[in-house]
Design a protein around this ligand. Structure first.
Ligand code: SF4
Ligand code: FES
Length: 230
């Protein structure tokens, strides 16, 4: 293990050189917003919410390792505006019905929208026609809310270590598919894990809901990122 020193928006930080910027920032009390990233799962850098600048270049903080002397810029007006726009695009591109969503209050996209004070997206709503898939005994897949972050593909395995989610179709019809074979005997715990891993309400564990009332859920109680910004 070797430690390196770097700065984020001028704040001096120190971290193991093996760490990615997102984790290293967190260790040093700095919040870098993320969406497709999840602790313990290999990062893919697909949502771009964590974009930072180093020198003249832009980088995704979830896939960039720290290095000695890095001068990282994260909370500039330009980058914050970029993140707000990305969140607006995601909201306008899908059908996000927050008031009827079991993930409301635990949803990272909703929490980020609150953080960035997104009320009405500045892009036109696309109102795509998407399905709600309810054939699986333990999982309900709502394609309206899926942001294609691949966390479920990357992070969920059945008892034999096989993947149960994969992309199906292409282009604008691309969607997450539940494999009927590898998912057929999944436990309730794994179904719950898939739901918890999904940053939005696209993956719902069936026959279990509203244990915690809306208003008392994670981001109802503490805005996203606030644990590092108190
Ligand atoms: S179902 Fe959830 S975790 Fe899977 S790709 Fe869609 S948004 Fe991401
Ligand atoms: S969190 Fe880094 S690209 Fe999505």
């Amino acid at each position: 293990m070797a430690f390196v020193k770097f700065t984020i928006d001028g704040k001096e930080c120190i971290s193991d050189e093996e760490n990615y910027l997102v984790e290293a920032a967190r260790e040093n009390g700095v919040y870098i917003p993320t969406l497709c990233n999840y602790p313990g799962i290999r990062p893919r850098g697909s949502c771009r919410i964590c974009t930072v600048t180093i020198g003249a270049g832009t980088f995704t903080a979830c896939t960039t390792r720290v290095a000695e002397g890095l001068e990282v810029r994260c909370a500039t007006e330009e980058l914050e505006d970029f993140r707000r726009k990305m969140i607006e695009i995601l909201l306008a591109e899908g059908n996000h019905f927050c008031p009827t969503c079991e993930k409301s209050g635990n949803c990272e996209l909703q929490a980020l929208a609150y953080r960035y004070r997104v009320t009405v997206p500045s892009f036109p709503y696309m109102f795509p026609k998407r399905e709600v898939e309810a054939w699986h005994p333990k999982l309900l897949k709502d394609h309206n809310r899926c942001i294609l972050c691949k966390r479920c593909i990357r992070g969920i395995r059945n008892a034999e270590g096989k993947v149960i989610f994969a992309f199906a179709k292409r282009g604008e019809r691309i969607a997450i598919n539940i494999d009927p074979e590898t998912s057929k005997d999944i436990s309730d715990d794994l179904a719950q894990e898939a739901m918890d891993l999904c940053p939005v309400g696209a993956m719902i564990h069936k026959r279990k809901g509203f244990d915690t009332p809306i208003g008392r859920r994670r981001y109802d109680r503490e805005p996203i990122g606030s644990e590092l910004e108190a």
